[in-house]
Design a protein around this ligand. Structure first.
Ligand SMILES: [Zn+2]
Ligand SMILES: [Zn+2]
Length: 752
């Protein structure tokens, strides 16, 4: 036994993601194993630890805290200080102390391996219990009412723990010690199955069996999950899928497929190409939808993603989904249960009302969902997993700012794929996907999320940022809020925000940037619609240096859904013919309802229409997705003219592409391949020209067009050959869902 004089005492403060991830029990076990005395407690986000013991064990403790932390924890040791020795007896977990410190909200996690094994064990008291969870898995964000994270402040507070659960909850050596959503079949949430007009079927097994029977007979079942309802249907049943498309008014937008979680993942591997990188994303605790290349023979229905080469694949994220897929014994289509573009439905009564004409049956449960949250979507591209949509498991996501924000700021993002961002101090939190703001429910969710985020993190914004476009519902909301509450309002251009959203993810990359911001359309400061721009500089100081030859586009907002309009505009601008009504051409010639644009996204639309792939799109991005799907990746590029305009902006002229794209003797694969390769080459030629003028630059690729994997990989290969350093978005989506983060970064450097 060491004498008292050889003992040391240490105080540790640990921030980062340490709540709701089993961190305190981990500290307890570690300290006990090392014979340390003292205590651990939560202080609204920061974990405070006092340890006492010999110096060697204290060092071992410090090392283990960082190296052996629970899988979901992201501990960040912010302080270690020596303190006077004051003998404690044993090691204890003290109650949370509510102080206004760093609050971190844990996202919802998929079921962990030990829980999954217990659920399969006929001798376990939670055998086949659809709501099994522990400190390392289960719902969090979707059920937290307030911080600090304790059961009384979640929607689980209405379920009284039974004695057996209570013992686990109170035992620091149990892996369910303070697992806040802790439950079992005796005391926790339960399933029931409802067919409209019939008596409800209660009991977990009965309800599950009824749902599976309906799915087996090709019917559509609405299933309540973690963040809302999914509509599910047999992924191998073509006519069932066709019925879902008709009822959902969704003629061709791709559906995601959920595959059963088996050891060999055989059903998944039969349908899609999943390399180790893809598998790591599929099995991660956030269990996102992963966009993967489908195999020629999938064994499943073609109607899942007609005409596309990629599928959204996912594995079950909750114990309920795991049981459902296992009992069903095959893959199921799983699509968010909403009315096109609206937030996902979360409440049983609301589900039955809103989905009465869509679903044949409803698998409900009685664990309330406090916040709707959609599935996350990610894509492997250029050797990394990149976020497309931040939802369940990933959001709310937090990034560190390279310098502190002078005061708390709320950024309201774009109009489509809306997400909010809240920044204060060195922190910025991005909300889950809110959606397209064309409808009232999405707009209401935006307002609710803005209040909710500030309340959860206990931060009140002093300023608000919006896009430059007055037509965006997010801009209108921000202006109203600013007026009503006397907040400072700042407007940030759409494309500078894209550029800054990228650079904000790479704060350590030194030097100047050239960021290509290729997307649909956003309002530029000259009143034209931008979307094919390249910006030189850094956040707060962007200067447009390259773009495309502008063209006049008719149809206003409709142009995005009607690719033929882009094709016609290019043909008419360059003196080619496009077959359509004389009236349409006359309107275009007169400039009625026309806008000048330099959008790269519209060039992809035009190419898809000229090749005959998509003249009318039924969902955003359909035309470029079809183009990418058919493109032959080995076709050489057509070099395009690049000239400087009167304002010193380098402009690529797309006109030489038209005769090739319109040449019906060439295959669609060859024409699409030529277009893709030529766009990649055009990008590299712009970069080379600007490097020749301005010296060394880092290249960034931002904006929704860069969800096109083929384009990115072709551009990266060429840029690499020329010795450029290239960065893409990783955690923040490159599409408009990243705009709110970019607005924050613009304000951080550009001021208010
Ligand atoms: Zn677990
Ligand atoms: Zn229980």
């Amino acid at each position: 036994m060491p004498g008292l004089d050889e003992r040391r005492a240490c105080r540790w403060l640990i921030s980062g993601r340490v709540q709701g991830v089993g961190f305190r029990p981990f500290i307890y076990r570690l300290a006990t194993e090392l014979g340390l005395s003292g205590f651990v407690r939560n202080r609204s986000g920061t974990v405070e630890i006092l340890t006492e013991g010999d110096a060697r064990n204290l060092d071992a403790f410090g090392l283990a805290v960082q190296q052996q932390a629970p899988a979901l924890a992201r501990p960040d040791l912010t302080c270690r200080e020596k303190i006077p020795v004051r003998p404690y007896s044993g090691f204890r977990i003290l109650p949370s102390s509510a102080s206004n410190a760093d609050i971190h909200i844990p996202p919802d996690y998929s079921v962990c391996r030990p829980c999954s094994e217990e659920m399969q064990d006929a001798g376990n008291r939670r055998y086949r219990y659809p709501f099994i969870n522990c400190t390392e898995c289960g719902p969090r964000y979707s059920l937290i009412k307030a911080m600090p994270y304790d059961r009384t402040r979640t929607t689980m507070s209405e379920f009284q723990l039974c004695n057996a659960c209570k013992v686990e909850y109170e035992n620091p050596n149990d892996r369910r010690f303070h697992a806040e959503p802790l439950a079992c079949a005796d005391c926790g949430p339960a399933l029931w199955f409802q067919q409209p007009g019939r008596v409800a079927v209660h009991g977990n097994e009965n309800a599950l069996a009824n749902a599976v029977a309906q799915l087996k007979s090709g019917l559509i079942v609405a299933v309540k999950g973690v963040g809302g309802y999914h509509l599910m249907v047999d992924a191998g049943n073509e006519s069932a899928l066709a019925r879902l498309r008709v009822r959902k008014h969704r003629p061709s937008k791709p559906f995601a497929v959920m595959f059963p979680l088996t050891d060999d993942l055989i059903a998944l591997h039969q349908a899609v190409i999943a390399d180790p990188l893809a598998l790591s994303a599929l099995t991660a605790p956030d269990r996102p939808v992963v966009i993967l290349t489908k195999k020629p023979q999938t064994g499943l229905a073609d109607g899942i993603a007609p005409g596309l080469s990629q599928w959204g694949a996912m594995l079950p994220h909750s114990p309920l989904h795991q049981l459902l897929l296992q009992t069903f014994g095959g893959a199921l289509v799983a699509t968010s249960a909403n009315i096109s573009g609206e937030p996902v439905v979360t409440d049983p009564a609301e589900a039955q009302r809103l989905l009465a004409r869509v679903a044949d049956g409803f698998l409900h449960h009685n664990r309330p969902i406090l916040r709707p949250i959609d599935d996350s979507v990610v894509q492997p591209c250029a050797e990394n997993i990149r976020a497309i949509r931040l939802g369940r498991g990933l959001a709310p996501i937090e990034l560190k700012l390279p310098r502190p924000m002078p005061f708390p700021v709320l950024a309201t993002g774009a109009h489509l794929k809306n997400a909010l961002a809240l920044a204060w101090d060195y922190r910025v939190v991005i909300s889950p996907h809110i959606g397209d703001l064309d409808n009232r429910r999405s707009q209401a969710l935006l307002a609710h999320t803005a209040t909710d985020l500030q309340r959860l993190y206990d931060v009140r914004a002093n300023a608000i940022i919006c896009d430059a476009h007055d037509g965006y519902a997010s801009t209108r909301w921000a202006r109203r809020r600013a007026r009503e509450s006397g907040l400072t309002l700042k407007r940030v251009g759409h494309h500078p925000a894209h550029a800054s959203a990228l650079v904000g993810e790479w704060p350590r990359t030194v030097g100047h940037w050239l960021v290509f911001t290729w997307d649909g359309m956003g309002l530029g400061p000259d009143g034209t619609l931008w979307g094919g721009e390249a910006f030189l500089g850094k956040p707060g100081q962007w200067r447009r240096t390259a773009s495309f030859r502008p063209f006049r586009l008719a149809g206003g907002d409709r142009a995005g859904r009607e690719p033929w309009r882009s094709a016609a505009a290019l043909c008419w601008t360059a003196g080619f013919n496009w077959n359509t009504s004389a009236m349409a051409k006359e309107a275009w010639q007169k400039g009625l309802n026309c806008h000048e644009t330099s959008s790269a996204g519209r060039l992809f639309d035009a190419a898809a229409a000229m090749i005959g792939l998509t003249e009318m799109a039924s969902f955003e991005g359909e035309a470029p997705m079809r183009l990418e799907a058919v493109a032959d990746p080995d076709i050489s590029a057509l070099p395009l003219p690049l000239n400087q305009d009167a304002e010193n902006v380098w402009r690529t002229d797309w006109a030489p592409l038209i005769p090739f794209l319109m040449d019906g003797r060439r295959s669609a694969a060859a024409r699409a391949g030529l277009f893709q390769a030529s766009m990649a080459l055009a990008l590299v030629q712009q970069a080379l020209r600007i490097r020749a003028e301005h010296g060394e630059i880092n290249i960034g690729l931002a904006g929704g067009v860069f969800q096109n994997r083929l384009l990115v990989e072709q551009a990266l290969r060429l840029l690499d050959e020329q010795g450029f350093t290239v960065r893409l978005n990783e955690q923040v989506p490159c599409n408009d869902a990243g705009i709110s983060f970019g607005q924050i970064v613009e304000a951080l450097y550009g001021g208010f």
